[in-house]
Design a protein around this ligand. Structure first.
Ligand SMILES: [Cu+2]
Length: 539
């Protein structure tokens, strides 16, 4: 009892230290006069559409493994197509782009140590759904409008299959990628990563889940099958004709905007969906696949966004299980982040439970009345997370995050460590070495920073004196490190770097030597230079 209470108070402590996050208050980034032309999604009837569950990806056959040609491994063929989807009963069908003609795309279920091949085939039209900005690096007017390349976010993938942003291909072409799946059970996220247009390809719907399973997970007796529910959350604004609205800057020839926040939050492609559940434990696999919005998620028995949330347990973060379930009532999820959650409806028979952010209702769970047999478990421990000691690091890199604005306070370009994409590579860790990366946020936004290939641990997040730093380049901390959320104590691949803080991660560069990228997962930032190549050099 005392432990639970202490944990709850700890939750409160870290909740209140986090200031407003991108996307929380300006519910859409429409230009002046444009909001009048948009669909008022807040007025839509609530909970009239059932929550769709993405189909499972099915192999098309077997092919020789690139790592061992004597071995036949599953081969998947996934076309990217334009299609129409109903986002709500009362909204006209919306044009999306999706893997296998769906958004989210089909969910992959892979086993640890069992490699697969995926042929990603671009069958999209030659004209983009949204206006391109040809002033952005990599999206110049001499490049084709429609280009795609697929990145498996969180995958320990060889460089030639990682979806390097410049490895894009056009309609009529395909790329076959090899996923070794040599990593622990986790929820990965596949999505587009084409240079200079990632934000637009993602806004069009190119995303899906990729689950890796393993023996340890099998032994945990967690809720599974119909009791394991993927929740892919993203926001969009819509025009009255049902089409996705993506804003433009109003600057002639340069339509890029610095953030995209939609007026409606969709789950698995529906606005205000409902899900019928039994009064028992469920495992929820949450992914925030929004372009720019962070969410403070909670579950409540009334639709008010301010009432206290129900207790739930987070059991995993981006790169797999936490050491033990963490009881909490609020979860912050930034773009690219995932959470593995157990929610127990057993005391809620006959009730309605709502998934909410701190500003909006997202979806409804309709809990059946009566009793049900639940033989699944919430284990007391999951998988040990051995902490990487700071003295294991051979190097600390101090890396700034900056937003260069014009006199009107509008962003011109956003840079990591003051460097543009095409400048010489400066981050060259040695394979299997450990480093500390210290992100110095000079902006007034939170940025979700993601490193390809690797998993890492967060060391701390600490406020510092920005004015002193800007004058002298000296770091003067202004307070103690903030308490990390329970879900931040496990393996991560994306970390929230808050304004005027220094956030440190510790990383072992395991997997493959080669060229990868690290970037901000606010996709508008990523497309305007907040992305850098890095090279893992052979040991
Ligand atoms: Cu950013």
């Amino acid at each position: 009892m005392r432990t639970t209470r202490r944990r709850f108070l700890r939750n409160l402590a870290w909740m209140t230290t986090v200031a407003a996050l991108p996307g929380e208050h300006s519910k859409h980034a429409a230009g002046a006069g444009e909001s009048a032309k948009l669909l008022d999604t807040s007025a839509l009837a609530r909970f009239v559409d059932p929550l769709p569950i993405p189909a499972l990806a099915k192999p098309a056959g077997l092919r020789p493994s690139p790592a061992d040609p004597a071995l036949q491994i599953p081969y998947y063929w996934v076309p990217m197509r334009q299609f129409q989807m109903g986002v709500h009963r009362d909204v006209l069908p919306t044009t999306f782009w999706g893997y296998d003609g769906s958004c989210p795309g089909p969910t992959f279920e892979a086993r640890r140590g069992k490699p697969i091949l995926v042929e990603w085939s671009n069958e999209l039209p030659r004209q983009h759904l949204f206006p391109l900005d040809h002033t952005l690096h990599g999206a110049e007017a001499d490049k084709p409008d429609v280009r795609t390349v697929i990145h498996l976010h969180g995958g320990r993938t060889p460089p030639e299959s990682d979806g390097y942003p410049e490895d894009w291909f056009v309609p009529g072409k395909s790329a076959t990628y090899f996923y070794p799946n040599r990593q622990e059970a986790a929820a990965l996220f596949y999505h587009d990563h084409a240079m200079g247009i990632t934000r637009l390809n993602a806004a069009a719907g190119l995303m899906g889940l990729y689950l890796i399973r393993d023996g340890l997970e099998d032994g945990l007796n967690l809720p599974k099958g119909a009791y394991e529910i993927p929740l892919v959350i993203f926001d969009r604004s819509f025009r009255p004709d049902g089409q996705i609205y993506y804003p433009v800057s109003g600057k002639p020839g340069a339509p890029w905007v610095s953030e995209y926040y939609g007026s409606a939050i969709l789950v698995n492609g529906k606005i205000f969906p409902y899900l019928e559940v039994e009064p028992r434990k469920y495992r929820l696999r949450l992914l925030n696949s929004s372009n720019g919005s962070f969410y403070r998620l909670s579950f409540g028995s009334d639709p008010s966004v301010v009432s206290a949330g129900l207790a739930f347990h987070q059991i995993g973060s981006e790169q797999g299980f936490l050491a033990a379930p963490a009881e909490m009532n609020l979860l912050i999820l930034g773009p690219g982040e995932r959470a593995d959650v157990i929610l127990d409806f057993s005391g809620q028979a006959g009730k309605e439970i709502f998934l909410r952010t701190n500003v909006a209702i997202v979806m409804q769970f309709r809990v059946a009345s009566g009793k049900t047999v639940d033989r699944s478990a919430l284990p007391s421990t999951l998988r040990p997370v051995p902490h990487i000691q700071e003295n294991a690091a051979v190097m600390t890199r101090e890396l700034t995050i900056a937003d260069y604005q014009n006199r009107l306070g509008r962003s011109n370009v956003m840079l990591l460590n003051g460097a543009h994409w095409n400048m010489p590579v400066t981050e060259k860790p040695v394979l299997n070495s450990t480093e500390i990366w210290s992100f110095i946020n000079l902006t007034d936004d939170s940025h979700p920073i993601h490193l390809h290939l690797v998993r890492f641990q967060i060391l701390d997040r600490r406020p510092f004196d920005l004015a002193v730093y800007q004058l002298t380049k000296k770091i003067v901390f202004t307070g103690p490190a903030a308490e990390l959320a329970p879900g931040e104590l496990g393996w991560k691949d994306t970390v929230r770097v808050d304004p005027m803080t220094i956030t440190r991660i510790i990383v072992k560069f395991e997997g493959f030597a080669g060229r990868y990228v690290w970037h901000c997962h606010l996709l508008e930032h990523e497309d305007n230079e907040m992305m850098r190549p890095y090279i893992i050099t052979p040991a």
